[in-house]
Design a protein around this ligand. Structure first.
Ligand code: MN
Ligand code: MN
Length: 388
């Protein structure tokens, strides 16, 4: 299902009707006393309905398509719920490059889905580094560090980019051609040593994705002797070196700032959920969760307190956003493995499992909550941290 503006409006109208109905019901009760369905802390006003939390990034309205590739975005403009994380699905053709640029308000993380990518980044510590990435590798570029991305070799590449701000796009991306083409040719001549006439004839627009020579040469060790070459600190081989956990119904690979120190605003998870399996009920006390579906299909269900639950289906190419602290679970409802790339806006991973929580309390107390027998309370499934 695609979340369009039209769908949001429909949801908003329904929510208004819901509020009116709920308010008239609450009005007939004594304020501050719990009704059968409400919380005693509601104070008489019904909470807003949960918003749609799935967005179809690959088929979304906003995108860039050109000879060298394409880019589809999910920022706050397309997906307003996702304030803390934005995403871009980018394809580059052989020979194409995403021009030199930086992001003033966000760090950039990416996972390579197809092909090979070469990046060069300059850091304020005076070093630069060039790294080559294959499928399953991730990069992290801190906020404001200048970088470029280039398709490596003679096959196209595809990567998923995540930013640690939902607002990264508007006014937040600074491109070198945009700057140079809008700056005085005389000043540029003084700044670079090239003739002013050259700068005067530049098209006054941003290149964004350009076409160049296909890069096949080995990764350069030192492009300019005047600029020290840094270590490969921006690269982590997530599929190879991520912390692996296997479960009855799937598996996870994790990379946090503990394994990849520069990635200090995000934690990433690659999760596989097999057909019929669920990712158990849990929540994250320290982070919002952003998911991208690499393949397969499923359903996500969230719990937002006040009796509010919402379930939405998703499939390949869609993203989901779960607010910090919201309870949730995932079901694989399809016939193939549900493969997810998951980002959290925190340098370390934390989760709390419903099963853990129940088992941490006395069986009698748990039995009294739900009216179950002591035997039932004593035989609840134990912690499984994951997928079964
Ligand atoms: Mn970038
Ligand atoms: Mn989760």
């Amino acid at each position: 299902m695609q979340t369009s503006r039209r769908n949001f409006l429909t949801a908003a109208s329904l929510s208004t009707i819901g509020l009116v109905t709920a308010a008239s019901t609450v009005g007939s009760l004594i304020p501050g006393i719990a009704s059968a369905t409400g919380s005693p802390l509601d104070g008489g006003s019904a909470p807003e309905e949960l918003e749609d939390f799935i967005y179809d990034i690959e088929n979304g309205a906003k995108g860039w398509v050109g000879e060298g590739g394409s880019a589809k975005e999910a920022t706050v403009e397309e997906f307003p719920l996702s304030q803390s994380i934005a995403g871009v699905s980018m394809h580059l053709q052989p020979g194409a490059f995403r021009e030199l640029h930086w992001h003033s308000i966000a760090a950039e993380w990416a996972y390579v889905l197809e092909g090979q990518v070469r990046t060069t980044i300059i850091s304020p510590d005076g070093t630069t580094s060039t790294d080559d990435f294959e499928v399953g590798d991730v990069w992290y570029f801190p906020k404001g560090h200048g970088h470029m991305l280039q398709c490596l070799g003679d096959k196209p590449c595809h990567f998923l980019i995540g930013f640690d701000s939902g607002h990264f796009s508007e006014f937040g991306t600074f491109s070198i051609t945009d700057w140079v083409s809008h700056t005085s040719p005389e000043i540029l001549a003084r700044n670079t040593g090239l003739p002013a006439a050259f700068f005067a004839q530049l098209p006054k627009k941003e290149l964004y994705i350009g076409m160049g020579k296909v890069a096949t040469e080995p990764r350069p060790k030192n492009i300019n002797p005047a600029i020290p070459f840094g270590t490969s600190s921006h690269k982590f081989r997530m599929e190879r070196d991520g912390i692996y956990n296997e479960f009855k119904g799937g598996s996870t690979k994790l990379v946090s700032s503990l394994e990849f120190p520069i990635q200090n605003t995000l934690t990433a998870l690659r999760m596989n959920i097999e057909p019929g399996a669920i990712r158990e009920l849990h929540w994250h006390p320290n982070a919002d969760e952003w998911q991208y579906v690499m393949s397969g299909s499923g359903k996500v269900s969230i719990f937002g307190s006040h009796g509010r639950v919402k379930t939405m289906p998703y499939s390949k190419g869609m993203v989901a956003f779960i607010k910090q602290g919201y309870g949730h679970y995932i079901e694989n409802t399809g016939t193939e493995t549900l493969k997810l790339i998951v980002l959290f806006n925190s340098p370390v991973y934390q989760e709390l499992s419903l099963n853990d929580w129940l088992n941490a309390n006395s069986p009698q107390l748990v039995a009294d909550h739900f009216g179950m027998s002591l035997e039932q309370a004593s035989s609840l499934a134990r912690h499984n941290t994951g997928v079964f």
